[in-house]
Design a protein. Structure first.
Length: 209
């Protein structure tokens, strides 16, 4: 079952794995999101299992209304990317998720041999009063439809099944304590199949009928 992204994977994306891989897995992630943090080691194991058959793509989706450090973390990752160490910073940010703060992020920069004073200056620049809504232009800006999907599902205005079908979602990582509603939905759909299970979560894929 093919999946179509509103924003196709392109040169601006951060990717791991060959472009010719049979499967492309795109994560819209937030470095301060507990669910994203729980998925981090699972995704690493999936990547190890699939090898060159999988291309992993990470896109920023910081939920700043609930995660106060998410925006700075995304900016730090892009700042590190401009210096050729995006994935090293990506892994470090998720590794430090439970203690994430500006001070901790500056320490991560130092540990990777990056000039932390420059990072701090960039945060100041993009939080200046004359730019109250400004974000680092290197951070991916996503279609409003994605934010709408998050809103309508989280508030119960639309069902998960509608969103899964509309966006052609064919892979999910779920945790029974956090995703019981979605688990109930796919449990009633015979096209979903459990392919990996662990204490950190379960990986489901949707197969063609």
């Amino acid at each position: 079952m093919p999946s179509l992204l509103t924003v196709p994977v392109g040169p601006r994306d951060h990717t791991r794995g060959p472009e010719s891989a049979a499967v492309t897995l795109v994560e819209y992630g937030d470095y301060e999101c507990p669910q994203c943090g729980a998925a981090f080691p699972i995704l690493a194991r999936v990547a190890d299992t699939f090898g060159d058959r999988l291309r992993f793509v990470f896109r920023h989706f910081p939920l700043t209304n609930t995660h106060p450090n998410a925006q700075h973390a995304a900016e730090e990752a892009e700042w590190a990317s401009s210096r050729g160490v995006f994935w090293q910073m990506h892994d470090a940010l998720y590794g430090a998720q439970k203690s994430l703060s500006d001070r901790r992020m500056l320490e991560l920069a130092t540990a990777l041999g990056l000039p932390d004073a420059e990072l701090q200056a960039s945060w100041t620049e993009f939080s200046a009063p004359e730019f109250p809504l400004a974000v680092d232009p290197r951070i991916e800006i996503f279609p409003q439809e994605i934010w709408d999907d998050y809103f309508v599902v989280s508030t119960g205005r639309e069902g998960w099944q509608d969103v899964l079908n509309r966006w052609n979602v064919d892979a999910l990582i779920l945790h029974p304590d956090q995703d019981s509603g979605l688990l109930a939905v796919i449990g009633r759909d015979p096209t979903w199949r459990l392919v990996a299970d662990s204490d950190d979560g379960s990986v489901y894929v949707r197969t063609a009928q």
